[in-house]
Design a protein around this ligand. Structure first.
Ligand code: C5P
Length: 297
C-alpha cells in the first residue's frame, strides 16, 4: 500500500519584510498564492527511512535526513511514538532552490502522506504546528489557495480570490539560498529604518476581485533588491518578460525564479515563448492560480 500527495508551488504577490528579529528571522506580511506547478510525494512502508527523487532537477535534491520531507516524517512519527520507517519518493516538478517553496511543498506532502499511510489521523492544527516547526512556508504548502502569512510567515489567514490569475515562471540557471538573500536584505537596509510589514489593502482587494491589472499594479517583493544584488542577470529576465507584454514582473520569494503576471492563458503562452527565445532563463513555465493545497490522490 502507498499514498501519494500532490502539493503546489507558491508565488508571493506581496512580500513585505521587517527588520531582523532577535531570533534571526524577519517579521513578514506575506501574501501567498498557490500556483499550479506541483510536486508529488509517495509514501510506502519500508524497513528504514529512505528518500528518492525523480525529475529534471532531481540531482540537486538531498536524499538524506536533511531533506525537509524526511524531517516531516520524523517529526510526525516522534509525536506518535512510531518509527519513521517509510520510503518517500518525490516526483519533482517545482524548481529547486527557486523561491517557489518546493522544499516546503515536499515537507507538507510527506507529512500528509505519512499521516494517511500510518493512520495517525492528526488534527489539522497538529499538522499545521508540525509544518510551522519545519519551516516558515510549510504551513502554506499544506493549505494552498491564497493566504496572508504573518509572524515569520507561518501564521496564516485565508484570503478570498475572485478569479484565475495566469502566470509565467522563468527558471534561472542556478539557485539562491534563502538565508543568503535575507542576509543581503539586512546588509542593504543597514542604517535605514525598516518599516513594520503591512499587507496592502489594494492588493487584497485586487485578489478578491480577480482583477489581474489591479493586482499587477500592487505586487511587491521587498527581497527583490537583495536577490538582484546577488543574481544581477535576473534584471535581464524581468526586462524580457515586461517587453513581451507581462502586466507585472517580479522575483518570486527569495528567487531566483522570476514571476510574470499576464492577462489570460494565451498571453501567458506568448510571454513564456518570448522568455525562452530571449535566452535570459533556463526554462519558462506557465501556471494558473490559485491552486489547491496538499491533496491525497
Ligand atoms: O523558515 P525557513 O527554514 O524556511 O527559513 C530559512 C531561512 O530564511 C531562515 O533561517 C532565515 O535566515 C530566513 N528567514 C527569515 N525570516 C523569515 C523566514 C525566513 O529571516 N520570516
Amino acid at each position: 500500500m502507498s499514498v501519494t500527495v500532490r502539493v503546489p508551488a507558491k508565488v508571493n504577490v506581496q512580500l513585505a519584510v521587517g527588520g531582523a528579529r532577535p531570533d534571526g528571522f524577519h517579521d513578514l506580511a506575506n501574501v501567498f498564492l498557490a500556483v499550479g506547478l506541483y510536486d508529488e510525494v509517495t509514501a510506502t512502508p519500508a524497513d528504514e527511512l529512505r528518500i528518492t527523487c525523480e525529475g529534471p532537477d532531481a540531482g540537486q535534491v538531498p536524499l538524506d535526513r536533511t531533506n525537509l520531507a524526511a524531517r516531516a516524517a520524523i517529526a510526525l512519527a516522534a509525536r506518535h511514538g512510531l518509527a519513521p520507517d517509510v520510503h518517500l519518493h518525490i516526483a519533482k516538478d517545482i524548481p529547486v532552490a527557486g523561491g517557489m517553496a518546493g522544499g516546503s511543498a515536499d515537507a507538507a506532502g510527506a507529512l500528509l502522506a505519512c499521516d494517511t499511510l500510518w493512520g495517525t489521523n492528526a488534527a489539522r492544527d497538529e499538522l499545521l504546528d508540525i509544518c510551522a516547526e519545519l519551516g516558515s512556508d510549510v504551513p502554506f504548502s499544506l493549505v494552498g489557495g491564497a493566504a496572508l502569512g504573518t509572524g515569520r510567515g507561518e501564521r496564516l489567514r485565508a484570503l478570498e480570490v475572485g478569479g484565475t490569475f495566469h502566470w509565467v515562471f522563468a527558471v534561472a540557471d542556478g539557485g539562491l539560498s534563502t538565508p543568503a538573500v535575507y542576509g543581503e536584505f539586512d546588509r542593504l537596509s543597514e542604517g535605514a529604518g525598516v518599516p513594520e510589514p503591512v499587507a496592502s489593502q489594494e492588493l487584497l482587494d485586487a485578489l478578491a476581485k480577480g482583477d489581474a491589472a489591479a493586482l499587477a499594479a500592487t505586487v511587491s517583493n521587498d527581497l527583490q533588491p537583495a536577490a538582484l544584488s546577488l543574481f544581477p542577470s535576473l534584471t535581464d529576465t524581468l526586462d524580457a518578460g515586461r517587453a513581451a507584454g507581462a502586466l507585472a514582473a517580479l522575483v518570486s520569494g527569495s528567487g531566483p525564479t522570476t514571476a510574470f503576471l499576464t492577462r489570460d492563458a494565451d498571453a501567458a503562452e506568448a510571454v513564456a515563448q518570448a522568455l525562452l527565445a530571449s535566452g535570459t532563463c533556463r526554462t519558462a513555465r506557465v501556471a494558473p492560480s490559485p491552486a489547491p493545497g496538499a491533496t491525497v490522490l
